[in-house]
Design a protein around this ligand. Structure first.
Ligand SMILES: *[C@@H]1O[C@H](CO)[C@@H](O)[C@H](O)[C@H]1NC(C)=O
Ligand SMILES: *[C@@H]1O[C@H](CO)[C@@H](O)[C@H](O)[C@H]1NC(C)=O
Length: 393
């Protein structure tokens, strides 16, 4: 007992010393740049000393990267336990916490991207998010008011308005050169494929819809290029057939559908891969077609499929079961019992789960996805976002 408390006191003392040293180091680091700042302007070469270019990101997509546009734009109210893991309340994101795009912004030292449609409490100094939950690329499957084409029109509106307000010192504060140097990210296509399958199209009919989806993405990127964008990052689509919502739906149909070694639906993942193959080809074409542009393609499918197939290595369990939902194992997903509806419960171990609500990922999974994106190991060319952001085109 006695030695215990002495031990504890000694530990406490050591902690105090360590934190004192840490504080000293931090304050030196804080002071040093200001000292340099005082010295540098008198240095003969410092006239050319410019601020590093600000990293600015504009994002287009669906619920995988919607930070609140559907909630703001359609007045949809989300309910607890959404947001329980990070924001402490629903934040407009379809998750228990942050999305992969939030982790990317944090890593690039940017504010979380504000939803373009949000009317208050927003900051657009580091860019804007146009992604809307439920969005498709458009076309016949158009079911939401904010398809990809609309999102790009919204971006052009935002850019025009920023330009006209800038002269009066108002608006987002993003300079035209910063629009030029911004990174434009696209994460869309999942809802197009999902809509085709849930409409009852056969596998081969679904494959037939893919070229038009890819063409619409081509048009969107081209429009942003025409508006002056030069850096593009295209995410391909994740393994649709590994989503608990799809698995539950298919298991209720007679037969259930063929599954692979990881337990994912073969046809749905086959369509996702077919889409990704064509998107990959588009990436190559865009590099040739768009003058002075950098086009990076990220293999989101490999990242997310790897998460499911290798879930144990990542510290996850039950990769095909929703944390928040109804119906119980194996998928815990039932259409009438969506996460956020009254009485629908969420699992206690959300940090060990990949699927939050059967359709969207948990914050824990999103964190791994972001790390994989930032590593550039899944990028073609393997250009890190940090580098892409900082480069001047
Ligand atoms: C591409 O870059 C070159 C060299 O900087 C420039 O002269 C040309 O106008 C640019 N083209 C476009 C379409 O931006
Ligand atoms: C799972 O992890 C192993 C070892 O890191 C790797 O070789 C394999 O490609 C991974 N599987 C998937 C589907 O990512």
């Amino acid at each position: 007992m006695h030695t215990d408390s002495r031990d504890r006191r000694r530990k406490m003392l050591r902690l105090l010393v360590v934190s004192g040293v840490a504080a000293a180091i931090v304050s030196i680091q804080l002071i040093l740049p200001s000292l340099l700042f005082v010295v540098l302007p008198r240095w003969p070469f410092s006239a050319a000393n410019k601020q590093p270019p600000k990293c600015v990101v504009f994002n287009f997509g669906d619920s995988n990267s919607d930070t609140g546009n559907l909630a703001a734009g359609a007045g949809v109210r989300l309910h607890r336990p959404l947001g329980r893991r990070f924001f402490g309340k629903p934040s407009g994101r379809y998750s228990d916490g942050r999305l992969y795009i939030d982790f990317i912004c944090e890593s690039l030292e940017l504010d979380h991207l504000s939803p373009y449609l949000e009317s208050s409490g927003v900051s657009f100094r580091h860019g804007a998010n146009f992604a809307v939950a439920g969005a498709t690329t458009g076309g016949a499957a158009e079911g939401t008011p904010f398809s990809l084409a609309t999102q790009v029109r919204q971006f052009r509106h935002f850019r025009r308005r920023t330009a006209s307000l800038h002269r009066r010192g108002l608006g987002s504060g993003i300079a035209m050169l910063e629009f030029h140097n911004a990174v434009y990210t696209f994460d869309i296509g999942q809802n197009d494929l999902q809509a085709a399958f849930t409409a009852g199209l056969s596998y081969h009919r679904v494959l037939d819809t893919i070229p038009a989806i890819v063409t619409r993405i081509n048009n969107a990127v081209t429009m942003v290029h025409e508006a002056g964008g030069r850096k593009f990052l295209l995410y391909n689509t994740g393994p649709l057939g590994c989503l608990p919502s799809m698995l539950a739906r298919w298991s209720r149909r007679g037969g259930g559908g063929e599954v692979d070694g990881a337990g994912c639906l073969v046809e749905l993942n086959g369509a996702a891969r077919a889409f990704n193959e064509q998107l990959g080809r588009l990436c190559g074409e865009l590099r040739g077609k768009l003058a002075n542009a950098t086009v990076v393609c990220v293999d989101m499918y490999a990242i997310k499929y790897g998460l499911v197939a290798n879930h144990t290595a990542h510290g996850f369990s039950e990769p095909l079961m929703a944390c928040c939902g109804g119906g119980g194992p194996p998928y815990n997903y039932r259409a009438g019992e969506a996460c956020g509806s009254p009485k629908v419960k969420a699992c206690a171990d959300g940090d060990r789960r990949i699927s939050w609500d059967g359709l969207h990922y948990t914050e824990a999974a999103n964190r791994v996805v972001a790390e994989d994106i930032l590593s550039a190991e899944y990028s073609d060319p393997p250009l890190q976002l940090q580098t892409l952001c900082a480069s001047t085109s």
